[in-house]
Design a protein around this ligand. Structure first.
Ligand code: CO8
Length: 257
């Protein structure tokens, strides 16, 4: 059992992962990231799990990398940082991750949120890349994913000043897709996750991959990927079932084949 996470489910195809280091506002130490990476390793091949909801507490999604742990690492320690492999593992998880963000999502916490495919936030959420205040800079994708999400102007301002933005500003800038009352964020994320979990798993997986291609590649490559993925799905039993169910005016029963 992980020490820094609470794992619930899967229920209706949804695995709920709650970051649980309240004494440090869910600061992401190596142990926590290792546990998260191990849970996702198992979840990838568990057919009962279709989607993952990732959340923290109402006070903090995560207040960044663990500063005390970072302070103990020198240049070689950073070069050989085991956390890099954990971040890569989270990034290549093939099933949708929905982040339910309340409170602080700062530094590595904001970067972790941006590893999710759908970000929704409570009214009290605060996003920021405050690394500059520590004499460092974002190191888990902040300069790249934030810029892709909100554009150069706001990303530059956030990363260079360390200033936080509100949930409202994050919504307006395109970093998140919804704001909820803080106490309902997790419930709403689960609702979204259950909706996705009820769809054909292969179509979900390829859709996630294709949408990511929009920011990972040029348009021609992305369109080629979309075309290939669309073609691959034409051979699935779930496609046949989806089309037949529409014609027969009933709900489809998807099996993942
Ligand atoms: N690391 C360790 N402990 C933390 C962290 C953190 N990031 N954030 C908060 N804590 C601890 C505090 O030290 C405090 O502990 P204690 O009670 O023992 O003193 C406890 O959590 C509560 O925090 P505060 O008393 O400070 O609570 P406040 O409500 O007054 O303030 C803030 C909340 C504004 C969130 C404040 O705690 C803060 O500024 N935290 C640091 C935020 C920050 O700078 N984050 C960026 C860290 S650097 C980073 O994320 C780089 C990522 C690079 C990844 C590279 C991977 C390879």
């Amino acid at each position: 059992m992980p020490d820094n996470l609470i794992i619930q489910g899967p229920e209706k195809g949804v695995l709920l992962i709650t970051l649980n280091r309240p004494q440090a506002l869910n600061a992401l130490n190596t142990e926590l990231l290792g546990e998260l990476s191990a849970v996702l390793d198992a979840a990838e091949f568990d057919t009962e799990i279709r989607t993952v909801v990732l959340t923290g507490s109402e006070r903090a999604f995560a207040a960044g990398a663990d500063i005390n742990e970072m302070a103990a690492r020198d240049l070689v320690g950073i070069l050989e940082d085991p956390r890099v492999a954990h971040w890569q593992r989270i990034a290549r998880f093939p099933k949708p991750i929905i982040a339910a963000i309340n409170g602080f999502a700062l530094g590595g916490g904001c970067e972790l949120a941006m590893h999710a495919d759908i970000l929704i936030a409570g009214e009290n959420a605060r996003f920021g890349q405050p690394e500059i205040n520590l004499g460092i800079m974002p190191g888990a994708g902040g300069t790249q994913r934030l810029t892709r999400a909100v554009g150069t102007a706001l990303a530059m301002q956030m990363a260079l000043t360390g200033e936080q933005i509100s949930a409202q500003r994050a919504l307006q800038a395109g970093l998140i897709s919804e704001i909820c009352p803080t106490e309902l964020t997790v419930e709403r994320a689960i609702q979204i996750a259950e909706t996705i979990a009820s769809k054909a798993p292969l179509a979900v997986r390829l859709t996630k991959e294709a949408v990511h291609k929009a920011s990972d590649t040029d348009l021609a490559t992305g369109l080629r990927f979309e075309r290939h993925a669309f073609t691959v799905l034409s051979g699935t039993a779930d496609r046949a079932e989806g089309l037949k169910a529409f014609q027969e005016k009933r709900k489809p029963k998807f099996t993942g084949c």
